[in-house]
Design a protein around this ligand. Sequence first.
Ligand code: PMT
Length: 427
Amino acid sequence: MTALTSRKILLAITGGIASYKSAILARRLQDQGGDVRVVMSKGAQAFITPLTLQALTGNPVHTDLLDESAEAAMGHIELARWPDLILIAPASANTMARLAHGLADDLLGTLCLATTKQIMLAPAMNHQMWANVATQANADTLKKRGFLLLEPDSGHQACGETGSGRMPEPEDLRDQVIAWFEQQSAAGSAGNPAQISAASTTNPSPINADLLKGKHVLITAGPTVEPIDPVRYISNHSSGKMGYALAASAVEAGAQVTLVSGPTKLDTPQGVTRIDVQQATQMLSEVESWVPDTDVFIAVAAVADYRMAGIAEEKIKKQTEQMTLTLVKNPDILKTISLRDDRPFCVGFAAETEHLAEHARSKLQKKKLDLIAANDVGNRDEPVFGADTNALDVYWGEHGHKRIERAPKRDVAAALLAIIAERLKNP
Ligand code: PMT
């Protein structure tokens, strides 16, 4: 067995002199057992022919959006669902700009809008084009939306100049693809490659792609950060992993997903609109602005219950042995939303260290929620904050209760969304 056995990789080649290297890249991925299909933009076809890639991979090459015979075989939506990973190499400046704007007038643009799979880009262009503020702004936009951008190499370029913008060598790209799959496997479950592939890169726990079709799901995640002075703050240990897992799973379930996130180190899941905030008051105003369009609101964020009565403008000096900070209560975001006349279906989380069921049921009632997911954050042997796994006890109504056993957070998220979808159907 080799490193990419049963991994499905859609290699998208766009216009640039580096596209000749992509023919070798296709072979290197196949050498490691990868199942490789190729999409080529019009620009790419000016440098290298589809026939070359067809001969190398043994599969037909996809070039057109509106090609009847191609649609009859593997249509663009099917193609968007097929891979475990979409690798755009080389990714030209034009392609990056088009993706950043969400254009859908060619096959690659449409695929990238229609897919929920990870998209990895290997930018390759003249070094001035790469350094240009427009290209860098597009790169930032794409990163924020969950695209993975590989660093271009530096060196002598085909244009005769020297600088950063070269596509890495095919062997380097192959190794980065392998490393990505390994990272996904480590974050997901162990097992045979086919299981790992399904578990880690596409859909950890099979989720019905129509489960939340047409629904807008709004999620808060991560901690809030409440400043004390210019250098200090009040916060907590939330990593955002549970909320981001729910966002990714909700996309898989067919929902349109907005994620209002406190500061985290996580990449935006593919297909999710992410809004970054720091403080609870900012989180509330962002959430309020999205609520009129929301069907389901899931509050996963660990919101700081208090903030400073006043933020010191200068760094507070340590002049006394003791210090008293005056705090004021933050708004309860979840409760504010659940009390609105136009409230969506409201789901809360309860982080409890004792009397899980009792405290969770009390929050369900007091915050007037449709459902609450309680996690035990008091068990040192099985941490929740920052961990990759979780277990939930889900409560609703007078007596409703379901247990989701400890599993990777993506699996737990999928199971919770199934319960939410069921409750939505049978309120
Ligand atoms: O981010 P991870 O590292 O993956 O960890 C996940 C988690 C432990 C943060 C998550 O699973 C979790 O339990 N989130 C809720 C934590 C929490 O603040 O619980 P709470 O019992 O204090 O609040 C109850 C509910 O009210 C929560 O849905 C919370 O988002 C919401 N709330 C609380 C206070 C506030 N001012 N506004 C709110 O909306």
